[in-house]
Design a protein around this ligand. Structure first.
Ligand code: 1CP
Length: 349
């Protein structure tokens, strides 16, 4: 394993539960629609086309780092990129999200999901390499979609509120469910391995919508597949982060997947989350993204509260409880990153 300069960065150290001079911070969806410079460079270029252009991916990934003193960059891409790369008929509709040409229905549709080869995503390798050389000591986070969340887009045909069809398939046809989850987990493993091989310093598995299942169903229907993903990545030695929305009742199980860091949304305070995850886990989160639309004194007191409760965790990476809302002022995010650093600075003993 190569020792990268990023390995002693505060972000990586916090993921490993090592002491840090100040709490590291980054924001889910720090790139993207809240930035005017993003809207400018994306003009006229469909989302999935932009993800396949390494020079554009590099530019968009770096844009938030020019404004915010964040401790990590996250690759600009999307969770459906590897699905499209293996030939799934999926597109991202502006203002909607991922939409598939036809819903996934039965075992014959498993033929959509051949294994992902590195040669299917040469633009990811190229973008990650170029970013790593630009970023120096600042880590790049690679990511993939978790199997439940990807399955939901395939089964529902697009964004969904309650993921009812997805849960119905999970209950009604366990054999097909496990084959589908197995195929999606395999694709996530390859997609993350490509990013790690090209130099990503950490990875995050976004199983954003998994909070709609009960703990028992999670254990039976999802945990084995997520555990397989994290086990496959273990030899790479990079921190593995796992995140989902509305996962308060699942936090203990998310910690059983083999993830090093458990992401927490805004519904559960971090000190309570620290009690719910098994020992040996760092936490990431969890300021409500909607707080950033409130006056600054509210943002400040809420952020201080997150930092204070985060001290109960073995390691803490400050983040939002979900992605930056498009209407968020970039100036508020810039101020927040500075506040996190200033308020958490440890004076050397
Ligand atoms: O035209 C546009 O600008 C499209 C908006 C957009 C963007 C900027 C989409 C469509 N995806 C992305 C980028 C993206 N997606 C990133 C890049 C990192 C960053 O911007 O900092 C990441 C990490 C994702 C991951 C992603 N896509 C997730 C997991 C994270 C999360 O938000 O929970 C999910 C669920 C998606 C699906 C998706 N892609 C796009 C949208 C609008 C959605 C959500 C649709 C829905 O509500 O179901």
């Amino acid at each position: 394993m190569v020792t990268q300069p990023t390995q002693s960065s505060p972000f990586i150290r916090a993921c490993r539960r090592e002491p840090v001079p100040r709490t590291p911070v980054w924001f889910m969806r720090q790139a993207g629609r809240s930035l005017p410079e993003y809207r400018r460079v994306r003009e006229g270029i469909p989302m999935l086309d932009s993800c396949a252009r390494p020079e554009l991916v590099t530019e968009i990934t770096l844009q938030p780092l020019r404004r915010y003193d964040v401790d990590a960059a996250i690759l600009f891409s999307d969770i459906v990129v590897p699905l499209r790369a293996v030939g799934v008929d999926v597109d991202i509709k502006p203002g909607v999200g991922p939409v598939v040409g036809r819903r996934f229905r039965d075992a014959s549709d498993l033929s959509w999901l051949r294994p992902l080869e590195p040669a299917d995503v040469p633009y990811i390798t190229e973008a990650v390499r170029s970013l790593v050389s630009e970023l120096g000591e600042r880590p790049l986070i690679g990511f993939a979609g978790g199997p439940f969340t990807l399955a939901s887009y395939l089964i529902e045909g697009g964004p969904s509120k309650n993921h009812d069809r997805t849960r119905a398939l999970m209950y009604g046809d366990p054999t097909l469910w496990h084959r589908l989850m197995g195929a999606l987990a395999g694709i996530a493993i390859s997609f993350l391995q490509v990013q790690i091989a090209a130099g990503a310093s950490a990875v995050q598995l976004f199983d954003s919508w998994v909070g709609v299942v009960s703990p028992e169903d999670y254990r039976r229907a999802i945990l084995p597949h997520t555990s397989r993903i994290f086990a496959a990545l273990a030899p790479a030695g990079v921190p593995r982060i796992h995140f989902g929305v509305g996962t308060g009742e699942l936090l203990g199980l998310l910690g059983e997947t083999g993830a090093d860091v458990v992401g927490v949304d805004w519904r559960i305070p971090l000190d309570e989350a620290a009690r719910r995850v098994p020992p040996g886990k760092a936490l990431q989160g969890n300021l409500d993204p909607a707080v950033l639309l409130a006056p600054w004194d509210v943002v400040e007191s809420r952020a201080r509260e997150v930092l204070s409760r985060g001290r109960a965790a073995e390691g803490h990476v400050f983040n939002l409880g979900h992605g930056v809302l498009p209407e968020t002022s970039p100036d508020t995010l810039a101020r927040l990153a500075d506040l996190v650093h200033d308020a958490s600075a440890r004076t050397p003993a």
